[in-house]
Design a protein around this ligand. Structure first.
Ligand code: SF4
Length: 305
C-alpha cells in the first residue's frame, strides 16, 4: 500500500485580507484586491471538503495551521465550524492540532476561551515595545496597534492559551537587541521567534525597513549572548532551538535552515548565489558555535542520547 508522507495543512481562509496595514507586509499590494461584493471568506462547503479530504488520509497527526492576512477577521463562528468539521470527519483516536498566526488585535475573551478549550497554539506578531512596534504595524487608518495587541495577549493569558511571540527584525528594532530582549523577558514571554525583514524594491535595492546581513549577524550575536548567560534552557528562541536540535539529533526543526538559505537571496540572484543574510549567519555561527556545542553536550549527557 502506498503510504502518504505526513504533512500539515497551511490554510489561508481569509486570503490576504487583514485589518492592519503593516508597512512591510508582503501582502500589502494584495490587501485591497477584493472586488466590491466579493468576500474573501472560505465557504462552508470548501472548508468541510478540505477537512474531510485531509482526514481521509492516514496520518499520525492531523495538523492544521491557520494564517492570513489575518484569519481572526473571520470571527469565532468560522473556527467553531472548522473544529466541528474536524470532529465530524476525524478517524477514531485521531490526534488533531491547530495553530494560528495572528496580529492578536481582534482577540477577545470568547475567542481566547475557545482557543484554550481546543488547544490552539498561537503565534502573535509583536515587534517589541510601543516605540518599535508602532513604527510599522498600523491600522488601515494609520493608528498604532501596540495597545490592541497587548489587550489580545492579555485575553490569551487569562484563558491560558499557549502562544509564542514573532518579532519581525527590521531596520529600526535591529539596532536595539538588548532593549528588545529585556522587554520580552520583562513581559514573561518565554517563546520567541525572530524573523529578518529583507525585501527589495523595483531597482533591486533593499527597502528602507529591511536589514543587511551584517545587521542580522550583530543582532543575533547580541541576543545569543544575553540568552546564553541567563536563559538557555528557560527561554525558547526558535532559531537557537533548531541549531541545538541539529547538533544533538542531526535534524533542523526550522526548515529554512536546512541547507536552503538561498531561498532568501535577492530578486535578481542567479541560482547558487548566497542569501542576502549570509554574512550575518556566518558571523553568528562563528560567534556561537563553541557555546552551542557545550549546550549540545550537556543535553546529550542529560538525555544520554
Ligand atoms: S498583520 Fe500581518 S497580514 Fe496584516 S498587514 Fe500586518 S503583516 Fe500583513
Amino acid at each position: 500500500m502506498n503510504r502518504v508522507k505526513p504533512f500539515s495543512l497551511l490554510i489561508k481562509p481569509a486570503s490576504a485580507s487583514c485589518n492592519l496595514r503593516c508597512e512591510y507586509c508582503f501582502y500589502i499590494d494584495h490587501l485591497d484586491y477584493v472586488r466590491p461584493g466579493d468576500k474573501p471568506v472560505m465557504s462552508d462547503n470548501i472548508l468541510e471538503k478540505m477537512i474531510k479530504d485531509y482526514m481521509k488520509i492516514p496520518m499520525p497527526e492531523y495538523s492544521f495551521t491557520w494564517q492570513g492576512g489575518e484569519p481572526t477577521i473571520l470571527g469565532l463562528g468560522f473556527f467553531k465550524k472548522a473544529v466541528d468539521f474536524q470532529k465530524k470527519h476525524a478517524p477514531p483516536n485521531a490526534v488533531i492540532t491547530n495553530a494560528l498566526q495572528t496580529n492578536a488585535t481582534l482577540i477577545d475573551k470568547p475567542m481566547a476561551d475557545f482557543f484554550a478549550k481546543h488547544n490552539f497554539l498561537l503565534g502573535v506578531s509583536l515587534d517589541g515595545p510601543k516605540e518599535f512596534h508602532n513604527k510599522y504595524r498600523l491600522t488601515v487608518s494609520g493608528d498604532p496597534t501596540h495597545n490592541k495587541v497587548m489587550q489580545g495577549i492579555e485575553h490569551l493569558r487569562q484563558a491560558k492559551v499557549e502562544f509564542n511571540i514573532l518579532c519581525l527584525v527590521n531596520s529600526d528594532n535591529v539596532k536595539s537587541p538588548g532593549e528588545l530582549y529585556k522587554y520580552y523577558r520583562d513581559k514573561g514571554f518565554n517563546f520567541l521567534q525572530f524573523i529578518p525583514c529583507v525585501e527589495y524594491d523595483d531597482k533591486g535595492e533593499l527597502t528602507h525597513y529591511s536589514i543587511t546581513g551584517v545587521q542580522w549577524g550583530e543582532f543575533l550575536c547580541k541576543i545569543f549572548d544575553m540568552w546564553y548567560r541567563k536563559d538557555s534552557g528557560r527561554v525558547s528562541i526558535r532559531h537557537f532551538d533548531s541549531v541545538l536540535n541539529y547538533l544533538v539529533k542531526g535534524i533542523y526543526t526550522q526548515c529554512t535552515m536546512d541547507r536552503d538559505c538561498q531561498k532568501m537571496r535577492g530578486p535578481n540572484a542567479e541560482s547558487g548565489i548566497l542569501s542576502a543574510l549570509c554574512d550575518g549567519w556566518q558571523m553568528f555561527y562563528k560567534h556561537t558555535i563553541d557555546r552551542f556545542n557545550q549546550l549540545a553536550n550537556a543535553i546529550r549527557e542529560e538525555n544520554r542520547v
